[in-house]
Design a protein around this ligand. Structure first.
Ligand code: COA
Length: 569
């Protein structure tokens, strides 16, 4: 079928639907919903059999939904209506929620139902829930609805609140008044729920040191205590604030924009507070200690010993950076933890987060906030390259990248530095830099063609389209694709990593790894790939190059003015 995706942005869910429908042989186009007239023109140009809206924040004009079947993906169970479904689900601690595909009619979210799929609500931030549990349920519902539409005989179910399985209701926009934290009353669980319901957008509006800020993220702290509401510690850019019965970590803040002030954006909390922050202790936690505690840490390390105690052991270096973005400091901290892990008596080292993004490359927000963004971009890309180099040159261990979620640009190239890449089936990969005006580094000119061949590497980097996990395996971009939840993925990873560490072939594989690296270096040293890439990046970072405007648009979330041509289909 010819399926047109109409979306407010080509966001993660729209990308996922795009890759999955293409994988199933449909001809898929995208039209960004930028106004009624351009939308009408886009629909007329594409001539769809079906219109699907995976993420839409505005109404579709009546003449479009009367002439075409338009299916809307709504992140709520049957009967749920309104613009803040997930915010309500999290703030009211719903144990389960749903995604419903309904037909567009005059009244928002009130059309006949084509499919509805439930999911369990994991205690994570709204965006992380959206990119994982919601996206998985949405995909099941979308594929069911598309199948039903294609079969031609399905009668969608009219919304009927008297039905027992229609439990949702119309709910208002989740305003800041509902999100407000009362630090003298709210316990830690309540504070965390409010923070998660607002994460990553719009954040919880609050006051700190007499100024207004939006709080982003929220994690429990198991040891530190203090006067409720006060900032009692910092760690790696985050601040820790006491509650009435504990404390929480806030990794990022965004200053409230002054009426005539410049736009503001999310940054590490201590960067935003700057001079306002009184003298509080920096309380570090080692990756190994973090793995045994319920505290906030971007990096954790754990080891699982093999049967023989020493041999056959697996090290797990877990990292989780907000939005998958890795600043210079974050890259250096991860490199330090990697170097520590490298000294351990393990045979296999697994890299990756517990869930959600693997990595999205250099930290564009931190770069944007720097006094000299070009110079900070340079530091950041070099720190990424140092990390990638350490992985590429590890020859005494098998290194595995485990991707429970999406990865993009330098973040996917970081994964490719490992010997094997294992990927959850739901992950969407964007192996290209061009949309940010960058040539890219992270040794991609060595690793990408080595995996997929020069021609495919050229296509992936130039076409700038997302690639689904299954398609990525078919191309050789990743090695294993595992269906199921992030928890199911990690259960599989642990079993496979243990088996690899114990396998009799491991020693042979490590010898071969060393031999291959030496042979590759003899043909062209790794340093030469890096130098060539960085020469191109240096030009990208120079004043006046398109990267600076593209980065600014990304950080300030400037809307596109037209659907990019590579998405039209
Ligand atoms: N630097 C800073 N922030 C980043 C980031 C980066 N490299 N990549 C993603 N983020 C942030 C986004 O701003 C967003 O923040 P928000 O939650 O406050 O809105 C969050 O992470 C999630 O990203 P979003 O764009 O909403 O997710 P998505 O799944 O719809 O799209 C990408 C994912 C990767 C396609 C998109 O984020 C992107 O293009 N990122 C930039 C990649 C890049 O060019 N990196 C630099 C070159 S190495």
């Amino acid at each position: 079928m010819r399926i047109l995706l109409v979306a407010s942005a080509f966001n993660s869910l729209t990308q996922r639907v795009h890759t999955e429908l293409r994988d199933r042989g449909h001809h898929v186009g995208v039209e960004l919903a930028l106004g009624d007239e351009p939308l009408r023109a886009g629909v007329a140009r594409f001539g769809p059999d079906l219109i699907l809206a995976p993420m839409l924040t505005r109404a579709i004009p009546e003449d479009i939904w009367t002439a075409h079947t338009v299916l809307i993906v709504h992140p709520g169970p049957k009967g749920d209506r309104g613009p803040s479904s997930l915010d309500w689900a999290i703030s009211e601690a719903a144990p389960s929620w749903g995604v419903t595909v309904l037909q567009a009619v005059a009244e928002m979210d009130a059309g006949p139902i084509w499919a509805s799929v439930p999911f369990a609500v994991t205690p994570v931030g709204k965006s992380a829930l959206y990119r994982n549990e919601v996206a998985d349920a949405a995909l099941t519902a979308v594929l069911l609805a598309v199948e039903r539409f294609e079969a031609g005989q399905f009668e969608p179910e009219p919304l009927d609140y008297s039905r027992r399985d229609v439990k949702g209701k119309l709910r208002p926009y989740h305003v800041q008044q509902h999100r407000r934290i009362d630090w003298d009353i709210d316990d830690t669980a309540t504070v965390l729920r409010k923070l998660r319901a607002a994460d990553s957008q719009p954040g919880v509006l609050d006051e700190l040191f007499g100024r207004e800020f939006f709080l982003h993220g929220g994690h429990n702290e198991d040891q530190l205590r203090g006067e409720p509401g006060t900032v009692i510690a910092t760690r790696d850019g985050a601040i820790c604030r006491a509650t009435v019965d504990g404390a929480v970590w806030l990794p990022q803040l965004r200053a409230r924009r002054a009426p005539d002030g410049p736009p503001t954006f999310k940054q590490p909390a201590t960067d935003v507070l700057g001079e306002l922050l009184p003298s509080v202790p920096e309380v570090p936690v080692s990756p190994a200690a973090a793995a045994t505690r319920d505290t906030w840490s971007e990096i954790r390390y754990r080891e699982v010993a093999g049967a023989a105690g020493k041999y056959g052991s697996v090290g797990y270096l877990e990292f989780a950076f907000a939005g998958g973005a890795m600043s210079t400091g974050q890259c250096r901290r991860l490199l330090y933890a990697y170097e520590q892990a490298r000294t351990r008596p393990i045979n296999v080292l697994v890299l990756g987060p517990e869930r959600d993004f693997f990595s999205n490359g250099i930290h564009l927000n931190v770069i944007e906030a720097a006094a000299d963004p070009g110079a900070e971009s340079w530091r950041n890309i070099n720190a990424m390259d140092d990390l990638v180099e350490a992985i590429l040159t590890t020859t005494d261990k098998l290194v595995i990248s485990a991707l429970p979620g999406n990865a993009a640009a330098g973040g996917i190239m970081l994964a490719l530095a490992a010997d094997e890449v294992w990927c959850r089936e739901s992950a969407v990969l964007n192996p290209h830099y061009q949309l940010m005006g960058l040539y890219g580094s992270e040794y991609w000119t060595y690793t990408l063609p080595r995996r997929v061949g020069a021609q495919t590497a050229e296509r992936l980097t130039q076409q700038t389209l997302p690639v689904g996990a299954r398609a990525a395996r078919a191309l050789g971009l990743v090695d294993q694709v595992i269906p199921g939840s992030p928890a199911a993925f990690w259960a599989w990873v642990r079993t496979e990593a243990a088996a690899l560490a114990d396998s009799p072939e491991l020693a042979e594989r490590l010898v071969e790894k060393k031999r291959r690296l030496a042979a590759d270096e003899a043909v062209k040293p790794l340093a030469a790939y890096r130098a060539e890439e960085l020469a191109r990046m240096s030009a990208n970072f120079a004043p006046g190059s398109p990267y600076h405007q593209l980065r600014q648009n990304f950080v300030h979330k400037v809307c596109a003015t037209a659907t990019p041509s590579h998405l039209l289909g």
